[in-house]
Design a protein around this ligand. Structure first.
Ligand code: BTN
Length: 266
């Protein structure tokens, strides 16, 4: 896999020599966090063929079978405070839509905040995790994890995911070369990294344009409550602006809530 990916990156791509490929890990995000703590440089990329404990947002798991998907984590070291990175997951989502479109011709939609979708089903998820410098409170590292279902047909998913999950193969009707998608992901993450702190407004404008949640009736799931409203928009920090039936509008934070469409997953 490593040689196939490198052969599709420019020979002088700055992140090419920071690429690590593994047959099996528990979670590329968990391994990336431990490599970051030991000093792994900005631009380190980890890719696994399989994960035994693939992790998703809000404590969920991410199914990561061998030969079927891309499970990738990148270590970034932006020089900023955490509140300047509230839009990171949105920026990664746009970069991944760009990468998938470049590699396959198909552009996924986005379900707030971190899911890429096709036909109201989830194709990919993003998990971003920050570590802070204890003395300054600044960002020490940001681990950006992306899992993309590439080669599955519907029968390949476990029964409980069959009606809500999809893959790039299902979306395009074609076989997918995972190394081509992985190379496009690395290029897109590198471009995103160059714009992350300087082009926030533009990134958020692109995110809003690609986000299928805006305008939808949604249910908002918090720890122990479910409420219903209409998604009006997304603010510059990635919070979902929801209008409730009593007219009250709230910015719903992605760290505390997930959403579902009123009539299905999206
Ligand atoms: C979600 O669906 O909530 C996010 C899923 C993120 C999965 C990716 S796969 C690579 C990286 N390693 C993990 O354990 N999780 C992310």
């Amino acid at each position: 896999m490593k040689q196939q990916i490198l052969s599709q990156l420019a020979p002088d791509h700055p992140w090419g020599e920071l690429l690590h490929c593994f047959d099996c890990v528990d979670s590329t995000n968990t391994l990336a966090k431990s490599m970051a703590a030991k000093g792994a440089p900005h631009g380190t990329i980890l890719i696994a063929d399989r994960q035994t404990v693939g992790r998703g947002r809000l404590g969920r798991s991410f199914q990561s079978p061998s030969g079927m998907g891309i499970y990738l984590s990148a270590i970034l070291r932006p020089q900023c405070s955490p509140n300047e990175l509230m839009h990171l997951t949105c920026a990664v989502a746009i970069a991944m839509c760009d990468a998938i479109e470049e590699a396959t011709g198909f552009r996924p939609g986005i379900k707030w905040i971190n899911d890429l979708i096709w036909n109201r089903r989830k194709i990919a998820g993003i998990l971003t995790e920050l570590s802070l410098e204890p003395s300054t409170g600044k960002v020490a590292s940001a681990v950006v994890g992306i899992g993309i279902n590439c080669c599955q047909w519907e029968v390949d998913f476990p029964a409980e995911l069959r009606s809500t999950a999809a893959s790039l193969t299902m979306a395009t009707g074609r076989n997918i070369d995972r190394s081509t998608v992985a190379a496009a992901m690395i290029r897109a993450l590198h471009r995103m990294d160059q714009e992350l702190l300087t082009h926030k407004a533009l990134l958020m404008e692109r995110y809003r344009a690609g986000c299928a949640t805006i305008g939808q009736e949604v249910s908002i799931h918090r720890a122990d409550t479910v409420s219903h409203g209409r998604a009006l928009g997304i603010d510059d920090n990635g919070a979902l602006l929801v209008k409730f039936p009593d007219g009250y509008t709230e910015a719903v934070n992605s760290g505390e809530a997930s959403i579902r469409g009123m009539y299905g997953y999206v």
